[in-house]
Ligand binder design. Structure first.
Ligand SMILES: [Zn+2]
Ligand SMILES: [Zn+2]
Length: 156
Protein backbone atom coordinates (compact mmCIF):
# COMPACT_ATOMS: atom_id res chain seq x y z
CA UNK A 1 0.00 0.00 0.00
CA UNK A 2 1.27 3.47 -0.78
CA UNK A 3 0.79 6.24 1.75
CA UNK A 4 -2.42 7.85 0.41
CA UNK A 5 -4.07 4.43 0.04
CA UNK A 6 -3.05 3.46 3.57
CA UNK A 7 -4.37 6.74 4.95
CA UNK A 8 -7.69 6.22 3.22
CA UNK A 9 -7.90 2.62 4.43
CA UNK A 10 -7.16 3.59 8.02
CA UNK A 11 -9.68 6.41 7.88
CA UNK A 12 -12.36 4.10 6.57
CA UNK A 13 -11.50 1.40 9.09
CA UNK A 14 -11.62 3.80 11.98
CA UNK A 15 -14.93 5.21 10.86
CA UNK A 16 -16.54 1.78 10.66
CA UNK A 17 -15.15 0.80 14.06
CA UNK A 18 -16.65 3.95 15.54
CA UNK A 19 -19.99 3.33 13.84
CA UNK A 20 -19.99 -0.27 15.03
CA UNK A 21 -19.23 0.55 18.66
CA UNK A 22 -21.65 3.42 18.57
CA UNK A 23 -24.39 1.22 17.18
CA UNK A 24 -23.98 -1.40 19.86
CA UNK A 25 -23.34 1.17 22.56
CA UNK A 26 -20.39 -0.94 23.74
CA UNK A 27 -18.12 1.80 24.96
CA UNK A 28 -17.90 5.46 24.50
CA UNK A 29 -14.79 5.21 22.36
CA UNK A 30 -14.48 8.88 21.73
CA UNK A 31 -13.87 9.44 25.42
CA UNK A 32 -11.24 6.71 25.72
CA UNK A 33 -9.02 7.79 22.85
CA UNK A 34 -6.31 10.33 23.65
CA UNK A 35 -7.07 13.71 22.12
CA UNK A 36 -4.04 13.63 19.81
CA UNK A 37 -4.89 10.26 18.36
CA UNK A 38 -8.46 11.35 17.91
CA UNK A 39 -7.37 14.40 15.96
CA UNK A 40 -5.33 12.27 13.57
CA UNK A 41 -8.14 9.81 13.06
CA UNK A 42 -10.67 12.50 12.50
CA UNK A 43 -8.49 14.02 9.76
CA UNK A 44 -8.09 10.63 8.10
CA UNK A 45 -11.78 9.97 8.38
CA UNK A 46 -12.62 13.35 6.86
CA UNK A 47 -10.17 12.74 4.03
CA UNK A 48 -12.01 9.54 3.27
CA UNK A 49 -15.37 11.32 3.25
CA UNK A 50 -14.04 14.10 1.03
CA UNK A 51 -12.48 11.70 -1.40
CA UNK A 52 -15.63 9.60 -1.55
CA UNK A 53 -17.76 12.68 -2.06
CA UNK A 54 -15.57 13.77 -4.99
CA UNK A 55 -15.55 10.28 -6.45
CA UNK A 56 -19.34 10.03 -6.31
CA UNK A 57 -19.64 13.42 -7.97
CA UNK A 58 -17.21 12.38 -10.71
CA UNK A 59 -19.23 9.21 -11.27
CA UNK A 60 -22.43 11.29 -11.46
CA UNK A 61 -20.82 13.43 -14.15
CA UNK A 62 -19.78 10.42 -16.21
CA UNK A 63 -23.29 9.02 -15.86
CA UNK A 64 -24.80 12.31 -17.08
CA UNK A 65 -22.37 12.47 -20.00
CA UNK A 66 -23.26 8.92 -21.09
CA UNK A 67 -27.05 8.61 -20.97
CA UNK A 68 -28.36 5.07 -21.29
CA UNK A 69 -30.75 4.39 -24.16
CA UNK A 70 -33.88 3.04 -22.46
CA UNK A 71 -34.88 1.32 -25.73
CA UNK A 72 -31.71 -0.75 -25.79
CA UNK A 73 -31.64 -3.35 -23.02
CA UNK A 74 -28.44 -4.83 -24.46
CA UNK A 75 -26.45 -1.70 -23.76
CA UNK A 76 -23.61 -1.95 -21.24
CA UNK A 77 -24.11 -0.17 -17.94
CA UNK A 78 -22.35 3.18 -17.54
CA UNK A 79 -22.02 2.90 -13.78
CA UNK A 80 -21.67 -0.09 -11.50
CA UNK A 81 -20.54 -1.01 -8.00
CA UNK A 82 -16.77 -1.30 -7.70
CA UNK A 83 -15.81 -4.82 -6.66
CA UNK A 84 -12.65 -3.51 -5.04
CA UNK A 85 -13.86 -0.69 -2.74
CA UNK A 86 -17.59 -1.42 -2.73
CA UNK A 87 -18.62 2.10 -3.76
CA UNK A 88 -21.02 2.88 -6.60
CA UNK A 89 -18.18 4.55 -8.47
CA UNK A 90 -17.22 2.13 -11.27
CA UNK A 91 -17.85 4.04 -14.49
CA UNK A 92 -16.96 3.77 -18.17
CA UNK A 93 -13.52 5.13 -18.98
CA UNK A 94 -11.93 5.15 -22.42
CA UNK A 95 -8.41 5.12 -21.00
CA UNK A 96 -9.02 2.00 -18.98
CA UNK A 97 -7.84 -1.38 -20.25
CA UNK A 98 -11.18 -2.87 -19.35
CA UNK A 99 -13.27 0.14 -20.40
CA UNK A 100 -14.14 0.89 -16.76
CA UNK A 101 -12.39 2.63 -13.93
CA UNK A 102 -13.44 3.37 -10.37
CA UNK A 103 -13.39 7.11 -9.60
CA UNK A 104 -12.65 6.30 -5.97
CA UNK A 105 -9.92 3.63 -5.91
CA UNK A 106 -8.99 3.55 -9.64
CA UNK A 107 -9.57 -0.17 -9.85
CA UNK A 108 -10.25 -1.24 -13.46
CA UNK A 109 -11.20 -4.85 -12.91
CA UNK A 110 -14.21 -6.84 -11.79
CA UNK A 111 -16.00 -10.08 -12.62
CA UNK A 112 -19.26 -8.25 -13.30
CA UNK A 113 -17.84 -5.88 -15.91
CA UNK A 114 -19.25 -6.36 -19.38
CA UNK A 115 -16.69 -7.80 -21.80
CA UNK A 116 -16.55 -9.49 -25.17
CA UNK A 117 -14.52 -12.43 -26.38
CA UNK A 118 -11.61 -10.97 -28.37
CA UNK A 119 -11.91 -13.74 -30.99
CA UNK A 120 -15.63 -14.20 -31.67
CA UNK A 121 -17.13 -11.15 -29.95
CA UNK A 122 -19.46 -13.13 -27.68
CA UNK A 123 -20.74 -10.66 -25.13
CA UNK A 124 -20.79 -11.58 -21.43
CA UNK A 125 -19.15 -10.53 -18.20
CA UNK A 126 -15.44 -10.47 -17.54
CA UNK A 127 -15.80 -13.20 -14.91
CA UNK A 128 -17.25 -15.59 -17.51
CA UNK A 129 -14.33 -15.10 -19.86
CA UNK A 130 -10.72 -16.08 -19.52
CA UNK A 131 -8.89 -12.80 -19.40
CA UNK A 132 -5.42 -11.45 -19.17
CA UNK A 133 -3.66 -8.20 -19.83
CA UNK A 134 -2.34 -8.28 -23.41
CA UNK A 135 -0.05 -5.96 -25.34
CA UNK A 136 -2.93 -3.85 -26.72
CA UNK A 137 -5.32 -4.04 -23.80
CA UNK A 138 -7.29 -6.79 -22.17
CA UNK A 139 -7.61 -10.10 -23.99
CA UNK A 140 -10.77 -12.13 -23.46
CA UNK A 141 -11.54 -15.67 -24.50
CA UNK A 142 -14.91 -17.34 -24.24
CA UNK A 143 -15.32 -21.01 -23.41
CA UNK A 144 -15.16 -22.00 -27.09
CA UNK A 145 -12.33 -19.76 -28.22
CA UNK A 146 -10.15 -20.53 -25.21
CA UNK A 147 -9.87 -24.14 -26.34
CA UNK A 148 -11.52 -25.39 -23.17
CA UNK A 149 -14.53 -26.55 -25.16
CA UNK A 150 -12.30 -28.65 -27.41
CA UNK A 151 -10.38 -29.99 -24.41
CA UNK A 152 -13.59 -30.98 -22.59
CA UNK A 153 -15.00 -32.59 -25.74
CA UNK A 154 -11.85 -34.62 -26.38
CA UNK A 155 -11.87 -35.89 -22.83
CA UNK A 156 -15.39 -37.33 -23.11
ZN1 LIG B 1 -13.27 1.26 -6.28
ZN1 LIG C 1 -15.15 -16.54 -28.40
Amino acid sequence: MDVPTARIAIGRLFRSVLEFLDYYGVVDVEKRIPEETKAIFSVLSDEYQFKLHDALKMADDVEKANPIDPMDPEEDPVRMDCEECGNHTMVVNKESRTGYRCTFCENEYGDELPASCTICGAHMTSGDLENWSGEHGMEYRCYYCSGRYAADRDRD
